[in-house]
Design a protein around this ligand. Structure first.
Ligand SMILES: NC(=O)C1=CN([C@@H]2O[C@H](COP(=O)(O)OP(=O)(O)OC[C@H]3O[C@@H](n4cnc5c(N)ncnc54)[C@H](O)[C@@H]3O)[C@@H](O)[C@H]2O)C=CC1
Ligand SMILES: N[C@@H](CC=O)C(=O)O
Ligand code: NA
Length: 435
């Protein structure tokens, strides 16, 4: 058997310890499939003495994380520290600079600096891989880069954050409140170090920006992702959605359209109403699912565990096996220098249906005021629910679903209502996912 692929592991948290367990558990099988052993040479984390339930005695402990990149006995640095900048980015740059391969699960870093790192990797002819960064254990980076390579894709969308999906689907299943479910997701190791990245939609936006680049061959443009999280979603929205035939899911959607002015890219992460019959409605817990629509492949659904130690380690080690085989190609579907810049689409052009929830003062004339704003903005209402059991302290909740129309009309209706004393809280708008 050939020489081992020698790796240095930075970060020994949920994913890092998962990688150690996987490499130790499936050692012989991995070596057989990779054509050579994969050996951990050196490890680093913040605290050396912490009990992680894994035996680190066989590996060199490195106090200075940045020193890993300079080690002559290392072929690939595996960055599992996290954070878009800071020590993770410094390590990634210096590893590639030193001619090492780089494997990372760090979607924040790839979304912000993936192009720079890919350019450096190309110059150095070093492998750079990040399967674990998008949808954890689901091989969707590989799936889009290779499996759909012959297709023009025009829409990629899905459930990209395990924490939010766990919170929403558990609220739906148990009726428990948001904070309780978020804490459970944190305890299970799904959440980011700062869970605000999860619940505010930023983590899903990182992943969407990466997927769009791979699927469409466009430059990663994280700043163009319009992002809204799930913090405004109430248990009563979930109940109302259910009564109307929908579940609530945080969905990232990227579309590439050309209406004669050149291609326009729309990237959005928002809580959406998903019809019961749609495959994404059945996706619960920390599961992720990505739908890609190809002109020849048709609709493809990639589904599986999007977070957690084992599935994420599975994706990290898959990248290492590919590198050990010498098969790790460009990280995108085209060389990084061939990725196209693409202008952002106007979200107002979106034609669709929306769920709108208003929290209003319980007094005569309020409903008329809302429906007048809808009428004046050209929004047609399909159905409406006023929840009397939410009647509380002189407030009532009104939910409506619109007929299909341009999104700019809904935006206009909300701007007509802005500042109205009848509204006691900011309205919530959730698009209804199209089949
Ligand atoms: N937890 C999950 O399910 C998934 C996580 N990821 C990504 O994987 C990466 C790691 O995530 P987790 O393992 O969950 O994080 P974690 O917080 O459990 O572990 C981070 C590790 O990095 C170490 N570390 C942090 N700052 C350091 C520093 N300055 N110097 C040395 N060591 C430092 C910590 O000591 C810890 O061992 C992140 O980029 C995350 O976004 C990706 C997919 C799924
Ligand atoms: N915090 C992330 C972890 C995986 O990427 C999530 O909840 O999906
Ligand atoms: Na993946």
């Amino acid at each position: 058997m050939s020489d081992p692929l020698r790796i240095a592991l930075a970060g020994l948290g949920t994913v890092g310890t998962g990688v150690i367990r996987l490499i130790e558990t499936n050692r012989d099988m991995i070596a057989a499939r990779a054509g050579r052993p994969i050996e951990i040479v050196a490890v680093t984390a913040r605290e050396r003495s912490k009990d992680r339930g894994v035996d680190l005695s066989r590996y060199a402990w490195v106090d200075d994380m940045q020193a890993m990149a300079a080690r002559a006995d290392v072929d690939v640095v595996v960055e599992l520290v996290g954070g878009s900048d800071g020590p993770a980015l410094t390590l990634a740059r210096s590893a590639l600079d030193a001619g090492k391969g780089l494997v990372t699960a760090n979607k924040a870093m790839v979304a912000h600096h993936g192009l720079e790192l890919a350019e450096l990797a190309a110059i150095k002819k070093s492998p750079f891989a990040f399967e674990a960064a998008v949808a954890g254990g689901i091989p969707v980076v590989k799936g889009l880069r290779e499996g759909t390579a012959a297709n023009a894709l025009n829409r990629i969308y899905g459930i990209l954050n395990g924490t939010c999906n766990y919170v929403l689907s558990e609220m739906e299943r148990t009726g428990a409140d948001f904070d309780e479910m978020l804490q459970a997701a944190q305890e299970k190791g799904y959440a980011e170090a700062d869970p605000a990245f999860d619940i505010e939609g930023v983590d899903a936006a990182h992943k969407l920006a990466i997927l769009a680049a791979i699927g469409f061959g466009t430059r990663i443009d994280f700043d163009a992702v319009q992002t809204e999280g799930i913090t405004q979603v109430r248990a009563s929205d979930i109940a109302q959605a259910d009564a109307l035939g929908y579940v609530v899911r945080l969905v990232g959607i990227a579309t590439l359209e050309d209406h004669g002015e050149g291609p326009r890219l729309l990237q959005r992460v928002r809580p959406c109403l998903v019809p019961f019959r749609h495959p994404l409605a059945a996706v619960t817990g920390p599961t992720n699912a990505v739908v890609a629509e190809g002109d020849f492949s048709g609709r493809l659904l990639f589904q599986g565990a999007g977070a957690g130690d084992k599935p994420t380690a599975s994706a990290v080690v898959a990248d290492l096996i590919e590198i050990a085989r010498g098969q790790s190609g460009a990280p995108f579907s085209v060389p990084v220098t061939a990725l196209q810049s693409c202008a952002a689409a106007d979200p107002g052009d979106r034609i669709g249906r929306d769920y709108l929830r208003f929290t209003v003062a319980d007094r005569p004339g309020v409903l008329a005021e809302i429906t007048a704003a809808m009428r004046d903005a050209g929004v047609s209402i399909e159905s409406m629910i006023q929840r009397s059991r939410d009647h509380d302290g002189g407030e009532v909740q009104v939910a409506m679903v619109t007929h299909e129309g341009p999104e700019r009309c809904v935006t206009e209706a909300l701007s007509l209502l802005e500042g109205s004393p009848s509204l006691t809280a900011a309205p919530l708008v959730m698009p209804i996912l199209k089949d």
